[in-house]
Design a protein around this ligand. Structure first.
Ligand code: MG
Length: 381
C-alpha cells in the first residue's frame, strides 16, 4: 500500500526512468510508503558513511589547503544541481539524477586522481583499482548500515548510473549491471545527464579554484575561447565590476551556455531517435551530449586545465607526496596486515589485497596523512 496520493513521476517523458518500473534491488524490499524508490536511494546515499567522508576528500587540492576550495562533497552537490536542472527541463527523473550525482564519487580515494592512480598501480597484480567500480562496491558491499544486507541495496538504475565506465573483464564479472559495456548499449538518459553534469561542474569549479589559488591567472585563460568570450561580454556590460565578481559572472555564464547547449542538443537527438521507452534509450546511440562546436570549446577548456592546473608544479608537488603516502600505506599493510583495524585485518587475511585497497580508498585526505605519520614517523611511537 502506498501513501503517495498522486503519481510523483506523472509528468515524466515516456523514455524516463520510473521508480514504479525499476529493475529492482538485489535483495527484495517492499516499496517505500511515502517516497519513490529513487528518493529512497538518494536518502540512503546521504545517510551513508562514505558520503560524509566526501567532505574531507579532494578533487585537485589537498583538503586542508584552503577552506574555500571544492571538496568531493561540494563537487557532488554542484553535479546534483546541474543534473537536476537538465533532467527537469527534459522531463526526466530528477530523483534518479540526484541519487546518481550524490553517489558518483563515493569510491574515490584520498588525494583525487593521484591517489587513485597510485592505488591502481599497487593493485595491478590483483585486478587493479578503478574509482567508478569502487563507488559501486561502496553501495553494493562496503557500507554496513542495514541489518539484512551489505551495502545500500540500491535500485538497478541508480547502480547503472554510478558505473560510468568499466573494463570488459570487470563487466563480465559484474553480471547484469556490466552487460551494457559488453553489448555496447547505453545507460538511462538520467545516467547520461549525470555524466555530463560532472564534467560541467568540475571544469567550471576548477577555473574558480585555480584562479583563487593563484596557480592560474585570468590572463592565461584568455586562450580559452569559452572563457574569453564570456569574460569580454561581462566586462562590456559591467565595466566597473570587481575582479572576483567578474570571475563568478564569467563562470556562471559559461555554465549557463554549457547547460543550455546540452539541453538543446539532447532534445534534438532525442527527437531524432524518438525512443518510446527507457529500453529504446539503452539501445540507441548516446542521446545526451553537447553540440559539436560546444564540445570542441569544452575540450579546449579541459586541455587548458590539464596543462596549467592539474600539471602545475605546485599541484604536482602535492600529488607526488599523495601518491607516495598511498603507496607506502599499501606496502606497510601488505607486509603486516595486523597493522590494519581488526575487521579489515580479518578481511585482508581471507580476501587478500582487495581489503587493503578498500580500507585505503575509504580514507579521507587527513586520515591518510595521519595514518602515514603514525606508521612512518621515526621518533613518534
Ligand atoms: Mg565527479
Amino acid at each position: 500500500m502506498t501513501h503517495l496520493t498522486a503519481d510523483p513521476e506523472a509528468g515524466l517523458a515516456a523514455y524516463a526512468a520510473r521508480s514504479s518500473q525499476t529493475l529492482g534491488r538485489a535483495q527484495h524490499e517492499d516499496p517505500p510508503h511515502s517516497r519513490t524508490q529513487f528518493q529512497r536511494d538518494r536518502d540512503r546515499i546521504i545517510h551513508s558513511t562514505a558520503f560524509r567522508r566526501l567532505e574531507y576528500k579532494t578533487q585537485v587540492f589537498v583538503n586542508h589547503e584552503g577552506d574555500l576550495f571544492r571538496t568531493r562533497l561540494t563537487h557532488s552537490l554542484e553535479v546534483a544541481q546541474i543534473a537536476r536542472s537538465v533532467a527537469r527541463t527534459l522531463h526526466l527523473n530528477e530523483d534518479l539524477v540526484e541519487a546518481v550525482s550524490l553517489a558518483h564519487d563515493l569510491g574515490h580515494t584520498p588525494f583525487g586522481h593521484a591517489g587513485q592512480d597510485a592505488l591502481n598501480a599497487c593493485m595491478q597484480p590483483f585486478g587493479g583499482f578503478e574509482h567508478n567500480l569502487q563507488s559501486l562496491r561502496v553501495v553494493d558491499l562496503l557500507e554496513e548500515r542495514y541489518g539484512s544486507f551489505d551495502g545500500l541495496n540500491l535500485c538497478f538504475e541508480t547502480r547503472e548510473g554510478i558505473l560510468k565506465h568499466c573494463s570488459a573483464e570487470n563487466a563480465r564479472r559484474l553480471g547484469p549491471i556490466g552487460e551494457r559495456f559488453l553489448l555496447r548499449r547505453q545507460a538511462s538518459l538520467e545516467a547520461q545527464i549525470t555524466n555530463v553534469a560532472d564534467e560541467i561542474a568540475y571544469n567550471n569549479h576548477d577555473i574558480d579554484d585555480g584562479l583563487r589559488s593563484g596557480l592560474i591567472d585570468a590572463a592565461q585563460l584568455e586562450e580559452v575561447p569559452l572563457y574569453a568570450r564570456h569574460r569580454a561580454a561581462v566586462l562590456e556590460r559591467m565595466p566597473h565590476i570587481a575582479a572576483r565578481r567578474a570571475i563568478h559572472e564569467t563562470v556562471r555564464r559559461i555554465i549557463d551556455t554549457l547547460v543550455s547547449d546540452l539541453v538543446a542538443e539532447s532534445q534534438r537527438r532525442i527527437a531524432a531517435a524518438a525512443p518510446a521507452s527507457i529500453e529504446d534509450v539503452r539501445a540507441a546511440q548516446l542521446l545526451v551530449a553537447f553540440s559539436a562546436p560546444i564540445r570542441a570549446e569544452a575540450d579546449v577548456l579541459k586541455t587548458f586545465l590539464h596543462r596549467n592546473l592539474y600539471r602545475h608544479p605546485e599541484v604536482l608537488r602535492m600529488t607526488t607526496k599523495a601518491a607516495r603516502i598511498v603507496r607506502e600505506l599499501f606496502a606497510a599493510f601488505q607486509d603486516e596486515p595486523r597493522l590494519l583495524p581488526a575487521e579489515h585485518c580479518a578481511r585482508a587475511q581471507s580476501e587478500g589485497p582487495r581489503a587493503i585497497a578498500d580500507y585505503i580508498a575509504g580514507m579521507t585526505d587527513r586520515f591518510a596523512i595521519r595514518e602515514h605519520r603514525r606508521l612512518f614517523a621515526v621518533g613518534e611511537f
